[in-house]
Design a protein around this ligand. Structure first.
Ligand code: FES
Length: 325
């Protein structure tokens, strides 16, 4: 079971360089404000970037995890975003100082004989970091990068010049049919010891994960990370109650507010970040009642256990949830 630290250390970093990596994708190289090394990270890790007052977004680290002098993130400019990517693109420049959280990892590499890395669009960021690590350790892997077009493919040059270039295939929506990735075909025969990692837009991830499950891949060999902005919203929400087990207090959640808002309004301290069910920061233990999970953070198995939920977006299937608060 994944649990977030209640106090996540923050630090200040300087933007050493900003670079246009592809159409609508910029990378930001972050170094310690005071110089010196940064806390280590493992492939698949992300950082919280405090973009501006109250706005925190998660970005995967995409540089070599052996590096300690910098963190590299890449941000897709999404006009429809809730502000994070817009603010990063519009206002963050080389020389600026940002507050970030220390790296956290919900998407680590597994111990296995072989690794299949599938990236869709900006989902290349953690996948590239994984490829770098697997290449360093000499592990067997192949990587597929699926994007709308070559000009929208971040780090194409870096990958082409890497030591593992021969293990990577690019697939573009606007290219000939022959170069498109046959997802069901590639996933048709799961092997013991082979691990699948996928990150990208929700449609891409759903296609990959449903094809893998249809072919009988065990859940223990499937690894995935959704990113912010993809939470499925549903209408028709109903009010419910939260009972705080430590005091017996009951907090009502109206149909037009989230459980997180209700708890904060009631003066209950809950750490949160993405508020979209992606990062897991608000994960709270459930002692009784059945949550209506709407997050993209917990695995299917973790959701089915019904012993924790994300109050920023999830609701309740029962009239009351009893929380370990
Ligand atoms: Fe990110 Fe709730 S704040 S999952």
């Amino acid at each position: 079971m994944r649990q977030e630290p209640s106090n996540h250390p923050l630090m200040r970093v300087r933007v050493a360089t900003r670079r246009q990596e592809a159409t609508d994708i910029a990378s930001f190289e972050l170094v310690a404000e005071s110089g010196g090394p940064l806390p280590a990270f493992a492939a698949g890790a992300h950082i919280d970037v405090h973009v501006r007052d109250g706005l925190v977004r998660q970005y995967s680290l995409c540089n070599d995890p052996a590096e300690t002098h910098r963190y590299l993130i890449a941000v897709l400019h999404e006009p429809a975003s809730r502000g994070g990517s817009k603010a990063m693109h519009a206002s963050v420049q080389a020389g600026d100082v940002l507050t970030i959280g220390e790296p956290r990892n919900h998407f680590p590499l597994a111990a296995g004989d072989r690794h299949l890395l599938l990236a869709g669009g900006i989902g290349v960021t953690p996948i590239l970091c994984m490829a770098q690590r697997l290449a360093t350790t000499g592990a067997a892997f192949e990587m597929h990068v699926c994007t709308r077009s070559a000009d929208r493919t971040a780090f194409r040059e870096r990958i082409a010049q890497s030591s593992f270039a021969a293990q990577v295939r690019f697939h573009h929506d606007d290219g000939p049919a022959s170069q498109k990735l046959d997802i069901p075909g590639r996933l048709a025969r799961p092997q013991a010891g082979e691990h699948l990692y996928v990150c990208g837009p929700k449609g891409f991830m759903d296609a990959v994960l449903s094809a893998a499950r249809a072919s009988g891949w065990p859940e223990t060999q499937l690894h995935y990370e959704f990113f912010a902005g993809q939470t499925v919203q549903s209408g028709g929400d109903q009010p419910f109650e939260l009972e705080l087990a430590r005091t017996g207090r009951v907090v009502c959640v109206r149909e037009d507010q989230t459980a997180l808002q209700a708890l904060l309004d009631a003066g209950v301290e809950i750490e949160s970040s993405c508020e979209q069910g992606v990062c897991g920061t608000c994960a709270t233990r459930v002692l009784a009642g059945v949550p209506d999970h709407k997050d993209l953070y917990f695995t299917q198995e973790e959701q089915a256990a019904n012993d924790q939920f994300t109050p920023c977006c999830s609701r309740a299937r029962t009239a009351r949830l009893v929380l370990d608060l």
